[in-house]
Design a protein around this ligand. Structure first.
Ligand code: UDP
Ligand code: MG
Length: 320
């Protein structure tokens, strides 16, 4: 068995790069050229898996035009399944000793790959990029992210490092572990944390997107956040028992007080506002808790349907 260090030194390490792509026609050429150039300096064996997540621009044609020296393996989804699923498909098709996950908008700097590899060589199984700056994002998005990480930290039992994204290098062991997950509604950041293994963070500056625009609006981010919470925590489900208990306790105390009051002072008619408040409050709480039940049931529903995670329309460059 050669050690990791030796495999890096004699350039025999097999590197897979997984890149989800959605409507990025202008970036395909420049990005893959730079990436393959970088990889071919590091090693003699690499593959680049381009997962086209149902783009409706010329992304597909552009990928097909790339020369064979880039070692592109192309997976084309039948429609847009989302980045999490595109990454999943990439991981399932990657055969390398290590797998690197990257965005293709140049926001994940290619130059850091050797640094990632160095850390892998010194024994880490997962090396992940942590963004030093979030200036390229709007204030809403930044604060949203901060609130989300705070909440996740509080109510799940896993630690998700904030400001860490999908930019990472995974050892084969980790990839196999990730591939053993059967769930369809996926929150990758949670899964990276859940699988464990020896991890290290590498800080990096996030440059501006080179062209095109981010496809993560507030709605998609909210959806992802809810998936994150509901797939890693049952606190939102269980907290209602506690709230219900305290509300019942309060109403019991109030009833005792009310009985005492009536015995001493007799009945007086007013009291209508407090009834309205109580009815509205309880109605609100009940709807909220039913809504939260709904979030979980919706997810159970998608899981029990046992549908495939994704549909591949075409695959190119894979040898059977
Ligand atoms: N992406 C994808 N499917 C989607 C949305 C995005 O595969 O439904 C890809 C996109 O092409 C890019 C990466 O995921 O390579 C990151 O997307 P984006 O830059 O829009 O996200 P952000 O950097 O804002 O998080
Ligand atoms: Mg981006």
């Amino acid at each position: 068995m050669t050690t990791r260090q030796e495999r890096i030194q004699n350039k025999s390490i097999f590197i897979s790069c997984v890149t989800p792509v959605f409507n990025e026609e202008t970036l395909i050429g420049p990005f893959y050229e730079k990436l393959s150039e970088c990889l071919s300096k590091i090693t003699n064996r690499f593959e680049i898996i381009a997962v086209d997540d149902g783009s409706h621009d010329k992304t597909n044609e552009e990928i097909r035009k790339l020369p064979p020296t880039f070692h592109i393996k192309h997976i084309q989804f039948s429609r847009n399944f989302g980045k999490e699923i595109a990454l999943t498909a990439g991981l399932e098709h990657a055969t390398g000793d290590v797998v690197i996950l990257m965005d293709i908008d140049f926001q994940h700097p290619i130059e850091i790959i050797p640094e990632f590899l160095k850390e892998w060589g010194s024994g880490y199984d997962m090396v992940y990029g942590v963004r030093k700056n979030r200036e390229s994002e709007s204030i809403i998005k930044r604060n949203f992210a901060r609130a989300f990480y705070w909440l996740m930290e509080k109510i799940t039992h896993i630690h998700i490092p904030s400001n860490a994204g999908d930019f990472r290098l995974l050892d084969r062991k980790v990839v196999d572990a990730m591939n053993s997950f059967q769930e369809r509604t996926r929150f990758m950041k949670g899964l990276y944390a859940w699988v464990g293994f020896k991890k290290i963070a590498i800080p990096f500056e996030v440059p501006k997107r080179q062209s095109g625009k981010s496809s993560w609006g507030l709605r998609k981010l909210t959806e992802l956040a809810i998936t994150g919470i509901t797939s890693f925590s049952d606190v939102p489900l269980r907290v209602w028992g506690l709230i219900g208990f305290f509300i019942s306790l309060l109403s019991m105390i109030y009833a005792v007080y009310f009985i005492g009051y009536t015995l001493i002072y007799g009945v007086d008619l007013p009291g209508f506002p407090s009834i309205i408040v109580a009815v509205m409050f309880l109605g609100g709480i009940q709807l909220l808790s039913v809504g939260i039940l709904g979030e979980y049931i919706a997810r159970i529903f998608t899981e029990v349907k046992q549908r495939p995670k994704y549909i591949i329309e075409e695959k190119n460059g894979f040898d059977e």
